[in-house]
Design a protein around this ligand. Structure first.
Ligand code: AMP
Ligand code: MG
Length: 444
């Protein structure tokens, strides 16, 4: 959807294109599989072994020849001689021959000769004199001399064949995919001890403002606590990158420059500055960006999102330039512009292919209005059922309501939102009941 933006303003798409054109994924490193949660695969991960590596038992029971059980029935069981015990982890050395069975544990390797397992529940143990014990309920205790099989089992019954799950050499994880907990289990289970992933991008976060105070600092008559530094660093972490705290700069070019250069020194891949991006007398961030590099764009037709600046700065050590974002000081604007422009860039840097939030169809619960010619991203809350699931109408659309005040300084509305509703450039207002697209945000 490319919408006409107000003259002099860049469309959101054009801004995305310009930003993402500068982004090249960061380098790679090998990490141990158990430490790879959330990391992005850089080289296809292939299975070292087939799973299961060998046919094994799906049940505690007896490994048998299916043909031997063919005539068995509940009241007419057939008798089998027990020739051994196969616990999990033991390589069977015995062979199941006609009329015999081997006790076998779940996950133990199927012995030669056997082609089925009869679950213990469908057997009765026999002692050395042929006396029946209690109907099999568990497969622990001393090995019985024989057993009665009360049912016929098919060839392959209760056996997990070798390679049933996956085959050695199969591609488990493709480059660009992020490791979920299940992906960690898959790789580990297929014998992959370590894998090549992208390193985490390093992202420096600098708050600015003479009024902005760090944690524990007295606020005095005109100070406010820093919301953007902690908030943006949390967003950076949640986006899969390593956040670097560059502190709080005064509205002073030298201070901003010193801190940005500190970020360059510690090899940040991205620098984010909040506040001071406007054209007021104390707004020094654009000048700082032009001093360390260049500003590529800074007027985007988005609300909230004013003012916003993007540029790049060369790395002293060479290579792809550092991405530099100047975000609005208003906390909601800084969080929304992060969502729109910084998060996708961080994800591409991190090696991911899927850059944007999952979208959904939604219906407005009330009338909304916005600035002409800008695309608005409203903080909204979806209606939820008692179990927490979003309520959907007969067309599968979720119902949404404005999450508190929509002012760009209103942190309470931002924190209450579970999604952003997108109101197109062309609509100055929309009535209750109108359909819109939404972006789901992370939940804690
Ligand atoms: P600015 O973009 O610097 O003009 O700031 C716009 C508004 O955002 C002002 O009300 C600032 O006080 C506020 N603001 C700027 N930086 C922060 C911050 N780090 N935490 C909370 N509010 C901020
Ligand atoms: Mg400021």
């Amino acid at each position: 959807m490319t919408a006409p933006a107000t003259p002099g303003l860049l469309s959101v798409e054009a801004a995305h294109d310009a930003i993402l054109a500068e982004v090249v994924p960061v380098g790679t490193e090998r990490v141990a599989t158990p430490s790879a949660l959330g990391r992005v695969v850089a080289e296809a991960v292939t299975a070292r072994i087939s799973l299961p590596p060998w046919a094994n038992s799906a049940m505690d029971g007896y490994a048998v020849r299916a043909v031997d059980t063919g005539a068995a029935a509940e009241d007419a069981p057939i008798e089998l001689r027990i020739v051994g015990d196969i616990p999990a982890g033991a390589a069977p050395t015995l062979t199941v021959v006609a009329g015999s069975a081997a006790r076998i544990a779940t996950g133990a390797r199927i012995p030669d000769g056997a082609d089925a397992v009869i679950p213990v529940e469908l057997t009765t143990p026999l002692d050395a004199t042929g006396r029946p014990g209690p109907r099999g309920r568990d497969a622990t205790g001393p090995l019985p001399a024989g057993c009665l099989a009360h049912t016929a089992v098919p060839v392959g019954g209760s056996i997990r064949p070798a390679g049933d799950d996956l085959l050695a050499g199969a591609i488990l994880l493709a480059p660009g995919s992020a490791l979920t907990a299940a992906a960690v289990a898959l790789a580990a289970g297929a014998g992959v001890d370590a894998l090549r992933v992208h390193r985490r991008p390093r992202v420096g976060v600098l708050a600015t403002g003479d009024e902005v105070r760090g944690p524990g600092q007295p606020l005095g008559a005109a100070g406010i606590p820093d919301a953007n530094g902690p908030g943006l660093r949390a967003l950076v972490t949640a986006a899969g990158a390593e956040a670097i705290d560059l502190g709080i700069a005064a509205d002073d070019l030298a201070d901003v420059l010193k801190r940005l250069r500190g970020g360059i020194e510690v090899q940040a891949d991205v620098l984010i500055v909040s506040g001071g991006v406007s054209v007021g007398p104390y707004d020094v961030v654009k000048t700082a960006m032009e001093t360390i590099g260049r500003v590529d764009l800074w007027r985007v037709a988005v609300q909230p999102g004013k003012p916003f600046a993007f540029g790049v700065a060369p790395r002293p050590e060479g290579g792809h330039p550092i991405l530099v974002f100047g975000l609005p000081g208003n906390p909601v604007s800084s969080a929304v512009t992060f969502e729109l422009f910084v998060r996708p860039a961080i994800r591409r840097l991190a090696g991911r292919l899927d850059l944007f939030r999952p979208a959904d169809r939604a219906v407005l619960g009330e009338h909304v209005s916005k600035s002409h010619g800008r695309r608005a991203y409203l903080r909204v809350q979806t209606e939820r059922a008692d179990d927490g699931a979003p309520v959907r109408d007969d067309q599968g659309r979720v119902r949404i309501h404005l999450a508190g005040g929509q002012g760009s300084h209103m942190l309470s509305g931002l924190a209450a939102a579970d999604a952003l509703a997108i109101i197109p450039e062309t609509d100055d207002s929309l009535p209750a009941g109108a359909e819109v697209t939404l972006w789901w945000l992370d939940s804690a």
